[in-house]
Write a protein that binds this ligand. Structure first.
Ligand code: SF4
Length: 337
């Protein structure tokens, strides 16, 4: 091979190397562009960012729940060597229950025959019989019943003592209502729980014949549940005393959420589906605008279309929803993930 041929071969090799390099870079650029495009497309496919996101002022922990959670933690911190139990879930939130467990605060599903340490009564309250049973088992009860729930118990007792037929407007299976009823029943057997007028109709003759009827209402009920019951009783009672015991926190939360709903394309209610106040909130808002009830940010994925099409989204949350859970929901919508 001549010297000239060798030179030509080297030049050719270099030329091929440069071409291959160029080709490789071109492929890389095309791939990068493709990935970027599909990332943007994916984002657009998820949530087109709404123009406005508003968080209600009265969203999340109410003072009764906050007090119960903080006091339970304080009890454990001040009594590290003592057992600290809560009878029933302190609040309807798995994340908080896990956090309490990690601090050594355990949930009791029922009262054991024998035990020792502190047993917390949660914000819903308990019947006097249950509190007695806690003591009999050997626990030291610490009563964290919300002061607003205590007021309803006291009012029911007062009405019972004064000879009223006590009507409790609420859900008969709810722990708060069970405790209110048990307190009133210490003084009278004339106590009924009703969530609607239909539940009272079978008792109409008895209610009509009684000299006076007194009404209290579960703290987290809707006013629209109380009103028809009061109207019905007004027509049949000889004397009627109504105590609107829906708590201030519930009223403010519901009023604010209703106002927001009137000017929003979509309301998002965050909180446990086991929580009465959260469920009632979602029910109220559904009558005003499109409303979704989610327990956490992961559930947003089920409502991508609704979120995508909303210009203005307002967010509220139940009394047992921690701030972190609400923030995660807001961040996920803001980021459009
Ligand atoms: S919702 Fe109202 S009654 Fe219930 S714990 Fe909160 S403040 Fe108390």
């Amino acid at each position: 091979m001549t010297f000239g041929c060798v030179c030509n071969l080297i030049v050719l090799q270099r030329f091929i190397f440069v071409i291959l390099n160029l080709f490789q870079n071109l492929i890389k650029i095309i791939l990068k562009n493709f990935k970027e495009k599909s990332r943007v497309q994916k984002k657009e496919d998820n949530f087109k960012l709404p123009k406005e996101i508003i968080l209600a002022k009265h969203a999340g922990f109410c003072y009764g729940v906050k007090r119960a959670v903080e006091t339970a933690k304080k009890l454990k911190a001040e009594n590290p060597d003592k057992n600290v139990f809560v009878l029933g879930e302190l609040i309807h939130n798995t994340q908080v229950i896990h956090e309490l467990e990690s601090l050594g605060i355990k949930t009791l599903t029922e009262i054991p025959e024998k035990g020792e340490g502190i047993c917390v009564i949660r914000s819903h309250g308990e019947s006097p019989q249950v509190i007695e049973k806690i003591k009999q088992a050997g626990f030291e009860p610490v009563d964290l019943t919300c002061p607003d729930v205590k007021k309803v118990q006291q009012k029911a007792i007062e009405l019972a003592k004064e000879g009223y037929y006590v009507v409790i407007v609420g859900k008969s299976e709810h722990p708060e209502v069970i405790a209110i009823k048990a307190n009133a029943e210490l003084y009278t057997d004339k106590v009924v729980v009703a969530s609607s007028v239909e539940k009272l109709k079978p008792l109409e003759a008895e209610l009509k014949s009684h000299k006076k009827i007194g009404v209290v209402v579960q703290t987290t009920q809707r006013i629209t549940t109380l009103t028809p019951v009061v109207e019905y009783l007004t027509a049949i009672a000889k004397e009627l005393h109504v105590a609107n015991t829906i708590c201030a926190s519930t009223s403010m939360r519901q009023t604010e959420a209703k106002e927001l709903a009137q000017n929003s394309d979509l309301m998002i209610v965050v909180g446990s589906k086991k929580s009465a106040n959260t469920t009632h909130l979602a029910e109220i808002l559904k009558d005003i605008t499109k409303t979704i009830h989610i327990e956490n940010d992961e559930e947003l994925e089920n409502y991508i279309d609704l979120i995508k099409n909303a210009e203005k989204i307002s967010i509220t949350a139940g009394a047992s929803t921690p701030q972190e859970v609400i923030e995660k929901v807001i961040n996920k919508i803001r980021k459009g993930e």
